[in-house]
Design a protein around this ligand. Structure first.
Ligand SMILES: [Zn+2]
Ligand SMILES: [Zn+2]
Length: 304
């Protein structure tokens, strides 16, 4: 669980010292952003997927982590991996979402395991976790399937992408129980973070990255913005979770990876740096955490 990276005495206290000093990065060719969580393989993008990827590149988005969800036997995971195989700036994660936990069984586990071992384009197991807002699967099933996939991630030595909605305490409980039962793994990302400051502190202690999506820009999200001010710079990621969660000022429209820049702008304003700095910093974090070499050399000085 990357314990060496955790300042367990005061996990939230090192923010200001870890933020690189602002510098002028106005040259568009130096723009670097990573969308750490997108669903570009989904049918919402069937009409213009190539155009969406082109717009992302034009906005400076160098890498996209595309997350395959849905029925584990419905072909969605294969579709996500195929997209990553087709585009060298797209990577894939696959895993059974808490909504679909009721579809998980031994067969699905074997199938997922095969895909996780299928090669270098799959860099994480996810998204997995607990969703007590929609409750599309029974809660005890969600917990069981979440724990089981945490164990699978450890077996294949991949990080996890965690979806947690209205389930802060139990999400942390399941992670802790699995960690103490079977030893540390590569931790993971709390995606589309919407939890409390206390939740953030707990997952940082467990070695997790915290990824912010468009909801941090929403008018009523002041408590979430307070969390975003305080997450240490080396634990920060940004994402779109597209086609959902369009950031202000694009709220209500289909979201797409190019819009990750709006979330970077919001975090930049909160932390007193330029959006380009947030882009480079979160790109370096992404590359380091997922052990991916990004196609740009100029972020390397942020990589530890
Ligand atoms: Zn999610
Ligand atoms: Zn998602």
């Amino acid at each position: 669980m990357n314990k060496s990276e955790v300042n367990s005495d005061a996990p939230m206290s090192s923010t200001s010292s870890l933020i690189p000093p602002p510098s002028s990065l106005k040259n568009p060719s130096s723009l670097v952003f990573v969308d750490s969580h997108a669903h570009v393989d989904g049918e919402e993008f069937d009409v213009d997927r190539d155009g969406v990827l082109e717009r992302a590149r034009a906005a400076g988005v160098r890498t996209i982590l595309n997350v395959g969800t849905g029925d584990p036997r419905g072909g969605n995971f294969e579709r996500a991996i195929a997209l990553a195989e087709k585009h060298e700036d797209v990577y894939a994660a696959v895993g059974v979402h808490p909504h679909d936990a009721k579809l998980f069984d031994d067969d699905a586990a074997a199938h997922l395991m095969k895909l996780l071992k299928s090669g270098g384009r799959v860099v994480a197991l996810g998204e997995i976790g607990l969703d007590y807002h929609y409750d599309h699967s029974p809660r005890d099933t969600q917990r069981e399937v979440f724990a089981r996939q945490l164990r699978m991630a450890r077996e294949v030595n991949l990080p996890v992408i965690i979806h947690s909605r209205e389930a802060d305490e139990e999400t942390v409980e399941v992670i802790r129980a699995e960690e103490s039962a079977s030893g540390g793994g590569r931790a993971g990302v709390m995606h589309c973070f919407s939890g409390s400051l206390a939740m953030a502190e707990q997952v940082l202690e467990l070695g997790f990255m915290i990824s912010f999506a468009g909801n941090v820009t929403f008018k009523k999200a002041e408590p979430l913005r307070e969390v975003a001010r305080r997450v240490p710079s080396d634990r920060l990621l940004i994402e779109t979770d597209c086609p959902y969660m369009s950031p202000v000022p694009l709220r209500g429209r289909r979201n797409e990876p190019a819009h990750v820049v709006e979330t970077a702008r919001c975090l930049a304003a909160l932390r007193g740096v330029e959006a380009e700095e947030i882009g480079r910093l979160t790109s370096a974090n992404f590359a380091r955490f997922f052990q991916i070499k990004l196609p740009t050399a100029d972020i390397q000085h942020f990589a530890h």
